[in-house]
Design a binder for this molecule. Sequence first.
Ligand code: ATP
Length: 273
Amino acid sequence: QTLASNSTHLDYSVTFNSIGGLDDHIMQLKEMVMLPMLYPELFTHMHIRPPRGVLFHGPPGTGKTLLARALAVACSTQERKVSFFLRKGSDCLSKWVGEAERQLRLLFQEARKNQPSIIFFDEIDGLAPVRSQRQDQTHASIVSTLLALMDGLDDRGQVIVIGATNRPDSLDPALRRPGRFDREFYFPLPDRAARYKILSIHTRHWKPPISRSLLMHLASSTNGYGGADLQALCTEAAMNAIRRTFPDIFKANEKLSISPENVQVTAEDFTHA
Ligand code: ATP
């Protein structure tokens, strides 16, 4: 996938309700990103500038991409859908001199043409590492291009750039100055209450629902798990329940006639998971 290719498909079922435990982030992003995207006239009227860049940092699998997607969905209206451009930092690099810069310019052009837009750079440190550390002309040139492109965004908040990284210190500090990625959000590993919420989200369609006491027990015994780990745990527990309910499903040579509603996930399925 090249940088300048089309926007990424948005799944409109991913909303703020799909996210457990990041309530403060959601509230602040509503003000910082959603308000200017939906009501630019407020900001023009008051002569204040919404941010152009926001940095998400924290351990892997803690909901950075998920929140960016939910934000794009929240900023969309029936008439005016947000274009979402998701790019991985290291994918943007090219062996051809100047190619990454060209692709970056095209990407910003596309984003402006299709505004309102959110550009999401996952692992942005791969695209813009500290210049002095690398002593590398190519990287220096890519960082300068990105800085110039961000400086060139107009002040109406219709194109927002979100960068995500697990290692904010390895990001070129020039990118963290005012006017660039000047708002930062730390995504911690979820605490017990957040783990409870995330587990409820990932099991919400199960029938019968898993009990409150099991959810509480699971939340208590998963210290150190991130959102992605909790999701994987739920998937594995469900798979265990499927194997247990239909022991012959893998032995059969043909498709069996089965009743999915017979699958009931138990505490043991979680223990084994
Ligand atoms: P990376 O740094 O590896 O890109 P990330 O922080 O962007 O990780 P996501 O891709 O957002 O992590 O999370 C992966 C999956 O884990 C999500 O699609 C979601 O299913 C689940 N998940 C992570 N965090 C949460 C959360 N806070 N609430 C609900 N689900 C979550």
